[in-house]
Design a binder for this molecule. Structure first.
Ligand code: ASP
Length: 331
């Protein structure tokens, strides 16, 4: 039988069915899961470890690093890893793991649920069983399984706080689908280099959403702050205002202060192309960098990762931002 390690990190999955939902002590989680899904052991030889038990809104970059270290240390002992995680910040953790653990030799699948495992009408059970089944396949990348679909982790977004199909992957087709059978479509990534742990994440980043009427003077403090990269979630192809309340002076000042202004889009589907409209082009000329078809979440985590690797070399960060490291951007 193949060996799978289930790592518990928290989320609704292991919470008790009363409101407001609260996390159990980590020590109780293993018994809880074994009691509710005893048949897991018929699918694989399962080990279980509770790394921590957090609402994923409390997850910090150092928690991503702990999860990455856990997997790195145990990678040769298992055929696959399933990480139980809260849905709220799951895509950030998935993106971070995809950069911190490049070229994994086996599947690393994050999953969770909208309803606790202890509830009768729960999605937790199906999500866990299907994730373990998928972790037996040779899909060597960091993924998210939710509902019926397996996504590339750094391409996924959480689209619903209530539906059992809570995630989607707007700019990259899903990797597998579970129905009567499991269908693996073959668009997963093959390892392209050596598997390693790449630690080091910078916290010197910030993101905000542009909206009509945004007063640029509210952003002035950023130019003087220690932030090294600012992600602006712009409109459509990457547009912001350049007439009234123009953001051009802000982007120019950021660039002159030696910081990066990175443009993502509030439109989930499609990509940023700063050459398409005058508004985008002027932002680009002022130093703005388009994030292509990366999600805002992945762009932010990628910047944390790149700034962690090249803290004093913003040119390299700018260049590498546009290049796929783990399949997170279309080239
Ligand atoms: N607040 C929970 C979490 O992200 C929500 C969930 O797991 O669905 O931990």
């Amino acid at each position: 039988m193949k060996k799978i390690l289930i790592l518990h990190t928290g989320g609704t999955f292991g919470m008790l069915p009363m409101l407001p939902r609260q996390t159990l002590a980590p020590g109780k989680i293993a018994e809880h899961i074994t009691a509710f899904v005893p048949e897991l052991t018929k699918i694989a030889d399962i080990d279980f470890e509770a790394v921590f038990n957090l609402d994923s809104a409390d997850m910090q970059p150092h928690h991503w690093q702990t999860i990455a270290e856990y997997i790195h240390r145990r990678v040769h002992d298992y055929d696959g890893f399933v990480i139980i995680h809260g849905t709220d910040s799951m895509v950030y953790t998935a993106a971070a793991l995809s950069f911190m653990l490049p070229n994994p030799p086996c599947p690393v699948i994050l999953t969770g649920s909208q309803r606790p495992l202890a509830e009768i009408r729960t999605d937790a059970r199906g999500n866990l069983v299907n994730s373990v089944e998928l972790a037996l396949h040779p899909i060597r990348e960091v993924c998210i399984f939710f509902g019926t679909r397996l996504f590339r982790g750094n391409r996924a977004v959480k689209i619903s706080s209530t539906d059992f199909t809570a995630f989607e992957s707007p700019n990259y087709p899903h990797i597998a689908e579970v129905g009567l059978d499991i269908r693996v479509f073959g668009n997963h990534r093959e390892p392209r280099g050596k598997f390693e742990l790449v630690p080091g994440l910078s916290g010197e980043v910030l993101a905000f959403s542009f909206f009509p009427g945004l007063k640029p003077e509210y952003l002035d403090f950023l130019t003087k702050s220690s932030v090294k990269a600012v992600v602006i979630e712009a409109l459509g192809m990457g547009n912001v205002s350049i007439k009234e309340n123009s953001l051009l002076p802000f982007v120019t000042a950021l660039t002159q202060a030696g910081k990066l202004a990175v443009i993502t889009s509030q439109s989930r589907h499609g990509r940023v192309d700063l050459s398409c409209y005058e508004n985008g082009l002027l932002i680009q000329n002022a130093g703005g960098v388009g994030a292509g078809d990366m999600t805002t979440e992945t762009t932010l985590v990628k910047l944390m990762h790149l700034l962690g690797q090249y803290p004093d070399d913003l040119e390299t960060v700018r260049e590498r931002l546009k290049v796929p490291l783990s399949g997170e951007i279309s080239s």
